[in-house]
Design a protein around this ligand. Structure first.
Ligand code: FPP
Length: 251
């Protein structure tokens, strides 16, 4: 699909946000609460992801971005990193055909250079296979960190400055946005974080400038259509001003 979405008009909140981004948190605590190994929480997290992708498509959400492995997640024990990589392999191998037949377009953001070659290949294949689909754009943030994304963008612009193609005075917010990992995708309208934690943890820092943030107490493996609808209900109650004035009251 990749569609450049027009930002919502200040003060109006459409029934369903076009772009929802999710920090899927709480897999480990979900498992610990049940005396299960952490990997079981991640496995059940993949099931929650399947449910959520399905629900998002049915509800008319155009773009769903998920934080599935952060650049900081490498600091976890090697066995857990292996488990998470294994789950990504499994998710793509097992679910790609179904995602494709449901018209889901998969895009990946994050640093790919230091990933295992087979994972890089799987991510490339998923993007190539599904790039013509238009029902739902699923953006997988994998080996992703927002500061890393911004640093990579700045390095690219710095090269253009060094070559003389760009003057320092010519660097604009738009130019920085154009050098991020998915410049054609509009900023998220709504960012949901599960598990009760209330921070962005290096997720979409540039793109989150005007996003509404909703924090759900639910651990990610328990997330489902009802929790997604509840978050969207909260989003609907918000009034987005984008730095301007309120639409109705002018205050
Ligand atoms: C946070 O739970 C979740 C993650 C670190 C990764 C999210 C991964 C999945 C949902 C499964 C993998 C899916 C793909 C497509 C790779 P946590 O471990 O930080 O939970 P905790 O804070 O309770 O310990």
């Amino acid at each position: 699909m990749p569609e450049a979405q027009a930002p919502n008009v200040a003060g109006t909140v459409p029934d369903v946000p076009r772009h929802v981004a999710i920090i899927m948190d709480g897999n480990g605590r979900w498992a610990a609460a049940r005396g299960l190994p952490r990997v079981e929480g991640h496995r059940r997290g993949v099931e929650a992801l399947r449910r959520t992708v399905r629900a998002a498509g049915e509800m008319g959400i155009r773009c769903l971005t998920i934080f599935s492995f952060s650049s900081e997640n490498w600091q976890r024990p090697a066995s857990e990193v292996r488990d998470l990589m294994g789950l990504l392999r499994l998710f793509i191998r097992k679910d790609l055909a179904e995602l494709h037949s449901n018209g889901v377009c998969v895009r990946v953001i994050g640093e790919r250079d230091n990933l295992d070659p087979d994972i890089r290949r799987l991510l490339d294949e998923a993007e190539q296979l599904t790039c013509g689909n238009a029902n739902l754009l699923l953006v997988v943030a994998f080996n992703y960190g927002a500061r890393d994304e911004i640093a990579r963008a700045v390095r690219r612009i710095a090269r253009d400055v060094a070559s003389g193609a760009v003057q320092p005075e010519g660097i604009t917010e738009e130019m920085i946005g154009q050098h991020l990992d998915a410049p054609d995708i509009a900023d998220p309208d709504l960012i949901i974080r599960t598990s009760g934690e209330q921070r962005l943890s290096n997720f979409l820092l540039w793109q989150a400038a005007y996003s509404e943030l909703v924090f759900s107490p639910v651990y990610w493996p328990d997330f489902d259509r009802a929790t997604l609808e509840a978050a969207i209900e909260e989003y609907r109650r918000r009034e987005r001003r984008f730095g301007g004035l309120a639409a109705k009251t002018g205050s």
